[in-house]
Design a binder for this molecule. Structure first.
Ligand code: ADP
Ligand code: MG
Ligand code: MG
Length: 251
């Protein structure tokens, strides 16, 4: 069981951004993608989840054998792929608790109701892991939240929805070290053999707290290098200059 991306070409109008990307994330593993700004990391996460800005020219994305590209955005999310955005959106007028509850209700099997008592018990337990104040449940989604609070709230949504595959796109950007540790604690609490993660980050720091099984380097719309977690440390030390050096020798 895996999320498999095969020779994916995608972009906007006539501008290619992803140029033959291959990636396989088996359940139970955490894969990190690092890479220079503009290499297409966010585009990849949005193509997987079905953002309508991007057009897929060729290639495939399958989740446990199912064709994701054939599905509408909400169907992909119901089937189990979740994206925590780099810039989480505000949803004015809808409380956090109701937002999460509605999303969970949409995932209930036909004819089964979500038990309200169990829901709140579950919600509070997860908020405790994330050090979130109970007052967050009644506040409108992300409205007036600080950057760190929005990110924590995204992780809370993810923990409640229990997706099969979780994608985090620079969830660490703008977080101080304490907030980063809390986000990592939430993600680590979700790690099981039944779930895969794609953690996109520009910095190695997050990977001190969310230890990846595999690290990939993305450049110019492709995965150009893959390795173990030590690759992230190498990148931190030497930067992405090796990408240019490789170009020179035509690798
Ligand atoms: P990364 O997340 O690695 O920084 P992005 O996926 O955000 O990279 O962007 C890859 C390239 O595609 C960049 O050159 C960016 O300017 C361009 N791009 C991405 N989305 C859009 C968009 N909606 N409109 C115009 N250009 C875009
Ligand atoms: Mg960027
Ligand atoms: Mg990005």
């Amino acid at each position: 069981m895996s999320l498999i991306i095969n020779d994916l070409h995608a972009g906007i109008e006539d501008m290619p951004i992803l140029k033959g990307l291959n990636l396989e994330i088996p359940k139970g593993e955490v894969h990190a993608i690092m890479g220079p700004n503009g290499s297409g990391k966010s585009t990849l996460s949005k193509v997987i989840t079905g953002h309508d800005t991007y057009e897929v020219a060729s290639g495939s994305v399958t989740m446990d054998g199912e064709d994701l590209l054939e599905m509408e955005v909400d169907e992909r999310s119901r089937e189990g792929v979740f994206l925590a955005f780099q810039y989480p959106a505000e949803v004015p007028g809808v409380s956090n608790a109701n937002f999460i509850r509605a999303a969970m209700e949409a995932r209930q099997p036909e004819g089964e109701e979500l038990d309200a008592v169990a829901f709140y018990k579950n919600l509070y337990a997860k908020m405790d892991i994330l050090d979130m104040d109970r007052k967050f449940t009644s506040r409108a989604v992300n409205e007036g939240f600080s950057g760190g609070e929005k990110k924590r709230n995204e992780i809370l949504q993810m923990m409640m929805l229990e997706p099969k595959y979780c994608i985090l796109d620079e969830t660490d950007s703008g977080l101080d070290i304490d907030a980063l540790k809390i986000v990592a604690r939430g993600v680590n609490a979700m790690r099981t053999t039944e779930r895969g993660f794609l953690v996109i980050t520009h910095y190695q720091r997050l990977l001190d707290y969310i230890q990846p099984d595999v690290v990939h380097v993305m450049a110019d719309g492709k995965i150009v290098k893959s390795g173990g977690k030590e690759l992230a440390l190498e990148l931190e030390a030497s930067g992405y200059d090796f990408l240019k050096a490789d170009d020179l020798v035509g690798a």
